[in-house]
Design a protein around this ligand. Structure first.
Ligand code: SAM
Length: 340
């Protein structure tokens, strides 16, 4: 895996720049990439656990939101992983739910489920999609890395000529520089900027194809005004088997490469596209759409039922607490964009 990708990079990027977003793209989504081998990564057997894998009630609460907001039209999930979230939401909403997924490993599983699933958004262009939601998708969309030196922006590339890959700085590509200017991200001393131009292109494509009234986005991230409070120069990191892993250049294709999503960019992006944006913590979103009721009901049942049932309810309570806890998954951001 790692060897194939290392060879691929060495052979194909001898004389041209290997920008970080191309590196990340190949590491995650190419034939030898992290998301296309062995198990579905967002599962117990995989490398990280997401809110829908931790608690089935995440889906119920999203369904409450959908039932309150969406009068007609259908639903599209992007980056559906194992399909657990779609299955839960589908129990409570009376709408068609379509799934987009890139990973061939995940697609094999999803194709055995009841949903129409595809890699290409165009496949669903004839559907009346009113809401697009995604959980932990944007942190996996390849980003570029901007570095500011003496008030001039550069970009990181990967030097593949040496035995071990290492970073170099080159002139920033024009469209990346324009992205920084457009969103007005001023340089912060000692801090690199993850340039999310590919996320912008992905969202543009969804708006062009579906023009949905709502986007609902969950992810880990930050607001740019708080960036200097984070004690890291880079927000890019890797995961493997449920633990923080190596430096991103060390084992290409063997780790999940991810980064904190810049929610200030997303807020400005959706506003520029004519959406009203609400940004809140996941725990607050859960509170707003039914957490308390579900939690109370589970607690009441816990008192009433026998030992075996109690065990099951206990584990449901633990899951629900985990997606709500602000020091864990509850501290993620939720962005609701509603067309004005
Ligand atoms: C971190 S996993 C999250 C999976 C699931 N949403 C969950 O919460 O468990 C990200 C998923 O998004 C998929 N993905 C990434 N980019 C995508 C894209 N452009 N279109 C569809 N799926 C994508 C990956 O293959 C992976 O399965």
């Amino acid at each position: 895996m790692s060897k194939d990708l290392t060879r691929f990079f060495k052979e194909n990027y001898k004389n041209i720049n290997l920008y970080f977003d191309e590196y990340m793209d190949n590491c995650l989504y190419s034939k030898f990439g992290f998301f296309n081998t062995e198990v579905v990564r967002s599962s117990k057997e995989g490398d990280f656990l997401t809110s829908p894998e931790v608690s089935e009630y995440f889906g119920l609460i999203i369904a409450n939101f959908i039932n309150q907001q969406i009068k007609e039209g259908d639903i599209l999930e992007v980056g559906a992983g194992t399909g657990s979230l779609a299955e839960e939401i589908d129990k409570y909403v009376n709408k068609n739910l379509y799934l987009l997924e890139n990973s061939s490993t995940a697609l094999e599983i999803l194709n055995n489920k009841k949903f129409e699933t595809d890699k290409r958004p165009e496949k669903f262009s004839n559907k009346n999609i009113d809401i697009i939601y995604m959980n932990e998708l944007l942190d996996n969309v390849p980003c570029s890395i901007g570095v500011n030196v003496d008030n001039k922006w550069y970009e990181k590339i990967i030097n593949t000529k040496k035995e071990k890959f290492e970073y170099d700085l080159v002139e920033i590509r024009k469209e990346n520089h324009e992205w920084i200017e457009k969103y007005n991200f001023k340089p912060i001393q000692g801090v690199e900027l993850e340039i999310q131009l590919n996320s912008e292109k992905l969202l543009n494509n969804f708006i062009n194809i579906f023009n949905p009234n709502y986007f609902l986005i969950f992810d880990y991230g930050y607001e740019y005004k708080d960036r200097d409070k984070k004690p890291y120069s880079s927000l890019i990191r890797t995961y493997k088997e449920h633990h923080l892993s190596s430096e991103p250049l060390e084992f290409p294709g063997e780790t999940d490469i991810t980064y904190d999503v810049n929610f200030t960019f997303l807020e400005k992006y959706f506003e520029s596209k004519g959406y009203k944006v609400e940004l809140l913590l996941q725990s607050n979103f859960l509170d707003k759409y039914g957490f308390e009721n579900i939690y109370k009901k589970l607690k009441d049942n816990y008192q009433k039922f026998s030992d075996i049932e109690k065990l099951k309810i206990k584990s449901q309570l633990v899951g629900l607490e985990a997606i709500h806890n602000k020091r864990g998954l509850g501290g993620f951001y939720t962005l609701i964009a509603e067309k004005i």
